[in-house]
Design a protein around this ligand. Structure first.
Ligand SMILES: NC(=O)c1ccc[n+]([C@@H]2O[C@H](COP(=O)([O-])OP(=O)(O)OC[C@H]3O[C@@H](n4cnc5c(N)ncnc54)[C@H](O)[C@@H]3O)[C@@H](O)[C@H]2O)c1
Length: 306
């Protein structure tokens, strides 16, 4: 079976390829005359980066390097390389303050170190070769279709199934949360109007302690799918040993993006979380396919092994 899928004829083409394969990446840029890149591809799960960092170094650093080289090879025809990154490159904050674009990088996990490294490469390609680039560092995303390994879908599905809800440490680690469509809109605006060579922070204006999020999800699941015994899912919460290098707090100052391009998030955390929990409850077969491995077999069958 072909590894190319065209879903909306003439408008969208999906090609499964490994960005670690330089020759394949280069070939695709030439074949399709690619002049603009919005680079999302990454190994993204912090816990997995602690257990097995190798693939994070390969995909996040070497993969980004391959894409930059392929873009550079397009010469003057190349228009924009937008690199998606994370607030985790800045390290951890104390109880006050927020990351700005000027905050020094202090990554604490193999994941954030590999993303920081890719950010530096993007910056260097702009400075050294004049490649037109933009870079965005955003906070934790959430919303529909997020892989069930991430916090919000994981807690939603486990709460529904009355499974234990383990929370790291004291649960008071703080993250800023950004609804996925707000992130997409910010990226669109940066790509269209952002100054080339610049970095923009993207935040959701929604700083939350992990434990508060887990409790909010329990309450929403109770509301939509009451427990047979009628008691609160909060009883499923337990605290487990903290993970190594667990940053205490992230907060994003996105004044630059707001003042230069007029962007602010449209979704509040309460409304975004409600929509997201509802979505997962309404799409249980989607999550089940991924969790059971059926999705992975389908991907293999459709597109072959990488
Ligand atoms: N999810 C978040 O909260 C968040 C926050 C800040 C930044 N980011 C960044 O956003 C981007 C997307 O994150 P996500 O949460 O959607 O992650 P994800 O793991 O769900 O998606 C990553 C995608 O990259 C693809 N990929 C991985 N290795 C590849 C390779 N070698 N070749 C080609 N494709 C490969 C995967 O197939 C997957 O489709 C990443 O760059 C991540 O660092 C995510």
């Amino acid at each position: 079976m072909s590894d190319i899928a065209e879903t909306r004829p003439g408008r969208y083409l999906f090609q499964k390829a490994d960005i670690c394969d330089a020759a394949v990446v280069r070939g695709l840029f030439e074949k399709y005359g690619i002049d603009t890149v919005c680079h999302f591809a990454a190994e993204s799960h912090v816990d997995r980066s602690i257990l097995k960092p190798d693939s994070f170094i390969q995909t996040n650093i070497i993969g980004t390097f391959n894409l930059l080289e392929a873009a550079r090879a397009r010469g003057k025809e190349f228009r924009l390389f937008h690199h998606i990154s994370t607030d985790e490159v800045y390290g951890s904050l104390g109880p006050v303050g927020a990351f700005t674009e000027e905050t020094p990088y202090r990554p604490n996990s193999p994941y954030s170190a590999s993303k920081a490294s890719s950010d530096h490469l993007v910056r260097a390609y702009h400075e050294t070769y004049g490649l037109p680039t933009t870079l965005s560092n955003c906070s934790n995303n959430y919303g529909p279709y997020q892989f069930p390994e991430k916090l919000i879908p994981l807690v939603t599905l486990n709460a529904l199934e009355e499974k234990p809800l383990p929370v790291y440490g004291d649960g008071k680690n703080v993250r800023d949360w950004l609804y996925v469509t707000d992130h997409c809109e910010a990226i669109r605006q940066i790509m269209e109007k952002g100054r080339r060579g610049e970095t923009y922070n993207i935040g959701g204006h929604a700083e939350m302690e992990n434990i508060v999020i887990v409790e909010m999800i329990c309450d929403l699941v109770d509301e939509y799918a009451p427990s047979p015994k009628g008691d609160s899912r909060r009883r499923l919460i337990s605290f487990v040993k903290d993970r190594p290098g667990h940053d205490r707090r992230y907060a994003i100052d996105f004044k630059k993006l707001h003042e230069e391009l007029g962007w602010s998030p449209a979704e509040s955390f309460a409304s975004g979380l409600r929509k997201t929990v509802r979505w997962y409850l309404d799409h249980l077969p989607w999550s089940e396919r991924i969790r059971s491995g059926e999705y992975q077999s389908w991907i293999k069958e459709q597109y072959g092994n990488r």
